[in-house]
Design a protein around this ligand. Structure first.
Ligand SMILES: *[C@@H]1O[C@H](CO)[C@@H](O)[C@H](O)[C@H]1NC(C)=O
Ligand SMILES: *[C@@H]1O[C@H](CO)[C@@H](O)[C@H](O)[C@H]1NC(C)=O
Ligand SMILES: *[C@@H]1O[C@H](CO)[C@@H](O)[C@H](O)[C@H]1NC(C)=O
Ligand SMILES: *[C@@H]1O[C@H](CO)[C@@H](O)[C@H](O)[C@H]1NC(C)=O
Length: 937
């Protein structure tokens, strides 16, 4: 069987490959054989003549007779004959040559005609497919009975809250969104406008108290960056009132007749005087943000104050006071106003640090804070029980410290140095020890940080507890909350705290050590990574705190976030300066039909405004998502089950062979895959290499699925007016860059109309089949970078703890350079909005490394390596000017970039891969009536 297979194959091989040569051979034979015959026959004839004339002589015996004959004549005769034969032969040879040349000419013509037929056939096929696709698209458009919803008019309130009677205390204590919130001011399409009372114009504090000045100014400033802020109170959905952090005025706190005043911080009559309070404070949000004074004392300023229907936001709550689903627990604002916070965080590896578990704190007893009348010593049975349990817990921890194990513990239960922050700590709460920096240096060496639930069982959360969580996460120590079943942490309706901290009932204290030992390194790092994500996004700065408060409230109402900002593309051309367009010749390189030529088709956008926060809300807040902004589409958007796209939801899908599948021919006709049809955009960054650019653009002519070409013109000089721009049948936008920066390669421009972006260097030379193969692979790995040039980060074996950038041949890679790679448009937003500024600054400083930064970003978000496609290593155009990436300093900078970026991320997110994507039937033997997916790859 194998033999016959091989024979068959051989025949096919002969048949296919040698066809043209055979034709030549047969022609040659047809000419040669008569010629040779003729020559041979004429020779035989002549020799037979000469022999017959001498046939009756016996040559050896009758030599004398010959001598008698005229020998000379005979020889001359022979020479003459020979001469004439020779000249005849020469003639024939000449004729033969002439014929040969003619044959060659004909063969060439045949070949050319064949080529032309082939091209015409390919084009015809392509046109046919294009027509078919257009028909499908048209049918879809006709059948579509549910048109895409147009955005309804933005619907906002345009009246001030009317004045209603205030509500009695028992009602306000049980406030829920349905009973205390006025939804009519917050339509789904309103965009969630938020109004802030200027704390200076509308003070709500009692005499002797004031709101922390830093907070006042920072709040006004940072809210200014929040897109929901409105200056029109009549359209606002919610009204923010800054009521704290309340600090005692430094001056005199006695009244004008000299009596010491002991007023609570918040003035409830001032609240009622707020212009939009509406009698009961509905849709008002009272912000009490702790910053300096971490005591539980001023942590709760709402007790005994009538706050009506307002939502309370603070870090300290009693169980009986907190209204779940209505009030909001926040973290104290301990960080800077805004900006890059990564410097605060230490490296995440090694997973195990010097200490397994640490604690520094002091139980405050017998202390009554002057400002907190509700913290009278608690004599209930529950409180006593708690105190007993606490005693047991402490004993056990002290024993743990003494046991003989390799694990180190550091416990400080009586402060060597008391912290200034908590002179007023509530009774039975754990005050902090030491200074911020002393605590930080211990936490940086702790794998886990022990945190006690507040001593009083009435407390659900305290500022001190939240501050400890904040500090532990800032130092990448994993919080272990003892009494974790008692407490609730900040923004618990959206943040999955179980992925960040370990919550234990106090009774589990005896199992604590065992439990911590049982957690493997992978999970230690996962906890740590999650903690850093939560800290950076929601807790780290005043800005993140305010954005989070607004976003959580908006999330409750399921009002979509505002769309992410895009950069407005400004063309380098204008009314007076227009490009000269010239047609380009057909590229003879395209030997196969790779897909239909269609008019530009933009990716559908913003289809999940109202469902994304519901179906993937948890991921948005806790994983890859961005809960603050709405994006046109996400790399992680879900796909339909494969049957749904045939039954009922098939719009836009282009299944291969209309669902019956198929090899190369059917494959080239439809996109197939799990996603509906789409196109991609070529995004090119260029700097003063006009001809190289023009050639690159010209090569894109006739590329199927190409939506448009966007050229970012990095040079301050406009393009040469003489430049002849190739007309490739689709729009080519040339965009002015604000300044020359490699970061511009990833500008999230408003004219990028597809999810798929092919980022290419201006000198990259990719064939059409390679591009389309890359595109098809990207469609299956939408969240990853999919591209051609692979590189890796290698350990510097000399230092053992730094990385080297490496572009040598290798069977493992960790980066795919964005000089020729597909990536999702979403990452352009993340590159500009999420990535710390320090990274973009480094890219500008070196004029290098933007591609490494993008690889870091995508690997960080996905925790997956990039995907390399096909086998090409070099694809620079030969003869193009040497690109700047060749010299040694370029490499030195790239080493430094990797190490610097690792520092910023807190770890090295790059992951290795040994995988390369090739098309499925590549190098597969297939029957000769079938086509491969691609001819060459
Ligand atoms: C979703 O939001 C975007 C951005 O605000 C808007 O353009 C789009 O029309 C919205 N779609 C629907 C169906 O509301
Ligand atoms: C601690 O354990 C090690 C070995 O496990 C032993 O050599 C050492 O003597 C022990 N120390 C004490 C104080 O028990
Ligand atoms: C048009 O663009 C050219 C080159 O960028 C510039 O010199 C010219 O001033 C522009 N004209 C107008 C009207 O903006
Ligand atoms: C790449 O390989 C060459 C030769 O094998 C070696 O000299 C060079 O150091 C390697 N480069 C890097 C960055 O490892």
């Amino acid at each position: 069987m194998i033999g016959t297979d091989i024979n068959k194959d051989f025949c096919h091989w002969l048949a296919h490959i040698k066809m043209s040569r055979l034709v030549i051979l047969v022609f040659a034979m047809l000419i040669f054989i008569p010629l040779i015959m003729h020559f041979y026959l004429s020779k035989v004839e002549r020799s037979s003549i000469s022999i017959s004339s001498n046939s009756h002589f016996d040559i050896s015996e009758d030599l004398n007779f010959i001598q008698d004959f005229d020998v000379k004549d005979g020889v001359e005769e022979l020479i003459r004959i020979r001469g004439s034969v020779l000249s005849e032969l020469r003639d024939m040879e000449q004729k033969r040559q002439k014929l040969l040349v003619e044959i060659q000419g004909y063969t060439k013509n045949i070949e050319e005609l064949k080529q032309e037929i082939f091209h015409l056939q390919t084009n015809l096929n392509r046109l046919k497919i294009s027509v078919e696709q257009a028909q499908v698209a048209q049918k879809e458009a006709v059948q579509q009975n549910t048109p895409d919803l147009a955005l309804p008019k933005k619907l906002t309130a345009n009246f001030f809250p009317e004045k209603l009677p205030s509500i009695p205390k028992h009602l306000s204590r049980n406030c829920k969104m349905f009973s205390c919130f006025d939804h009519s001011r917050c339509s789904l399409t309103s965009g969630f406008p938020v109004y802030l009372y200027d704390p200076d114009q509308h003070p709500v504090m009692n005499y002797g108290w004031d709101v922390d000045g830093f907070l006042k100014t920072t709040l006004k400033q940072t809210l200014g960056y929040n897109p929901h802020l409105t200056s029109k109170p009549e359209e606002a959905c919610v009204y923010l009132v800054l009521v704290g952090e309340a600090l005692r005025d430094t001056g005199d706190v006695s009244d004008n007749v000299g009596n010491q005043l002991n007023l609570p911080p918040l003035d409830s009559t001032a609240l009622k005087r707020l212009p939009f309070w509406g009698g009961d404070g509905r849709n008002h949000v009272l912000l009490n943000l702790a910053r300096r004074d971490l005591t539980a004392g001023s942590g709760d300023i709402f007790s005994n104050v009538d706050t009506g229907r307002a939502i309370l936001v603070q870090s300290t709550f009693m169980w009986h006071q907190f209204r779940p689903g209505f009030d909001l627990i926040v973290s104290p604002v301990l960080g800077p106003p805004g900006g890059d916070v990564w410097q605060e965080c230490p490296f995440m590896v090694p997973s195990r640090r010097k200490y397994l578990l640490t604690f520094q704190g002091e139980m405050k007893t017998n202390h009554k804070s002057p400002s907190t009348p509700n913290y009278a010593p608690d004599d209930s049975d529950l409180a006593k029980e708690t105190q007993e349990l606490d005693k047991f817990v402490l004993e056990h921890l002290k024993d743990l410290q003494k046991t003989n194990t390799s694990d180190k513990f550091l416990f400080e239960f009586e402060c060597v140095l008391a912290s200034d922050d908590n002179v007023n700590a509530a009774p039975h709460d754990w005050a902090l020890c030491g200074t911020d920096s002393s605590r930080r240096s211990v936490l940086k060496e702790s794998t886990y940080a022990l945190i006690f639930a507040p001593g009083s069982p009435d407390l659900i959360t305290t500022t001190l507890l939240q501050a400890r969580i904040y500090e532990a996460l800032r130092s990448a120590a994993i919080p272990v909350v003892l009494g974790g079943d008692q407490v609730t942490l900040a923004y618990n309706e959206v943040i999955q705290w179980r992925r960040v901290a370990i919550f234990l009932p106090k009774a589990r204290i005896t199992e604590l050590h065992f439990l911590l030992r049982a957690i493997p390194d992978e999970d230690v790092l996962l906890f740590r990574r999650q903690g850093r994500l939560v800290w950076e996004k929601y807790l780290a700065s005043v800005q993140s705190t305010l954005d989070t408060i607004v976003a959580v409230l908006r999330n409750r109402l399921n009002i979509p976030a505002l769309p992410a900002e895009t950069f407005t593309a400004v063309s380098v051309f204008n009314d007076t300066f227009q490009p000269i367009q010239v047609p380009v010749a057909v590229d003879t390189e395209q030997e196969e039909s790779l897909g239909p030529l269609e008019p530009p088709y933009n990716s559908p956008a913003y289809r999940r405004n109202y469902s994304l926060p519901l179906t993937q809300g948890a991921e948005m807040w806790n994983d890859w998502g961005d809960p603050f902004r709405l994006y046109a589409a996400l790399p992680m958007d879900p796909v339909l089950p494969s049957d749904a796209k045939f039954i009922g939801s098939g719009r836009g899908f282009r299944p291969i062979g209309q669902g019956s599948g198929g090899a190369g021919k059917e494959f080239s006709e439809s996109l197939g895959g799990n996603n509906p049809r789409e196109q991609f955009t070529v995004l090119l960054l260029t700097y003063e290499r006009e001809q190289v650019l023009i050639d690159s653009i010209a090569r894109l002519r006739g590329l199927p699925y190409l939506n448009s070409v966007v050229v970012v013109w990095n040079s301050p000089r406009p393009p040469n007016a003489e430049l002849r721009w190739p007309d490739i049948g689709i729009p080519v936008h040339v965009i002015k860059a604000a300044r020359n920066s490699l970061n511009n390669r990833f500008l999230p421009l408003d004219i990028l109309q597809t999810e798929a972006i092919l980022s290419v260097d201006d000198d990259a030379h990719l064939r059409h089949d390679e591009i389309l193969f890359g595109f098809r692979v990207w469609r299956e790995h939408r969240s990853r970078i999919v591209g051609f040039p692979g590189r890796y980060h290698a350990l510097d074996v000399n230092t053992k703890n730094t990385w080297l950038y490496n572009s040598n041949y290798s069977c493992e890679l960790s980066m795919v350079l964005t000089g020729a790679a597909f990536l999702h448009r979403h990452y352009l937003h993340l590159y500009w909005k999420w990535l710390p500024q320090a990274i973009r600054d480094k890219v500008d400083e070196y004029m290098n490394c933007e591609d490494i930064a993008m690889n870091f970003l995508v690997s960080h978000v996905t925790r997956q390596p990039p995907v390399k496609v096909t086998s090409r290593w070099t694809f620079r155009c030969p003869g193009c000017p040497q690109s700047l990436s060749e010299d040694d300093t370029h490499f030195q900078e790239r080493h430094k970039c990797i190490n610097f970026f690792s520092q910023v991320f807190g770890y090295t997110p790059l992951l290795n891969t040994q995988y390369r994507a090739d098309s499925i039937l590549f190098k597969t033997r297939i029957p000769h009536d079938k086509q491969k997916c691609f001819k060459f790859i």
